[in-house]
Ligand binder design. Structure first.
Ligand SMILES: [Zn+2]
Ligand SMILES: [Zn+2]
Length: 151
């Protein structure tokens, strides 16, 4: 599932902000929480998680928006306001990229889904693991290992 050709490249809606990732994804997910529904203007948000050290902006200067800390920051293109990624400092400094921004988004489908207690009744992404809330730290360690084995 995380067999995307590297580097993974992508761009915002207007193309003024672009990025590159030089390592494979460690997790893919869909989040059904009300915050993601509002920010994504859709039924759920999609994420592909990467180590922050493997991620770099190749054009433009993303700005903070959304919920704005303290444990995570949402970043947007300053021109078209596309929600591009979330930086989660609290979790070993990882970047959750919105995979629909990838130049080739087809390889990425959600391995887990979170906050299904807030999901829309018809929203059924093909996730292998579902959580009414969020996984615990212990569960997340097991999910990372399961995702790595699923390649
Ligand atoms: Zn843009
Ligand atoms: Zn969410």
């Amino acid at each position: 599932m995380n067999d995307a050709p590297l580097p993974v490249t992508g761009a915002c809606r207007c193309g003024q902000t672009t990025f590159e990732v030089s390592a494979p994804a460690v997790m893919t997910s869909a989040c059904h929480c009300r915050g993601c529904q509002r920010m994504s203007a859709s039924a759920f948000s999609l994420s592909a998680m990467f180590p922050a050290t493997a991620f770099r902006i190749t054009k433009g200067s993303p700005v903070k928006g959304g919920s704005q800390g303290p444990d995570l920051d949402h970043f947007f293109c300053p021109s078209c306001k596309t929600w591009m990624f979330t930086r989660i400092v609290a979790w070993n400094d990882v970047i959750n990229l919105r995979p629909t921004l990838f130049d080739d988004p087809r390889w990425c489908r959600p391995f887990m889904e979170t906050m299904t207690r807030e999901k829309l009744p018809w929203a059924e992404p093909p996730a292998e693991h579902s959580f009414a809330g969020y996984p615990t730290a212990g569960e997340f360690e097991m999910l990372l290992a399961a995702f790595a084995r699923s390649v």
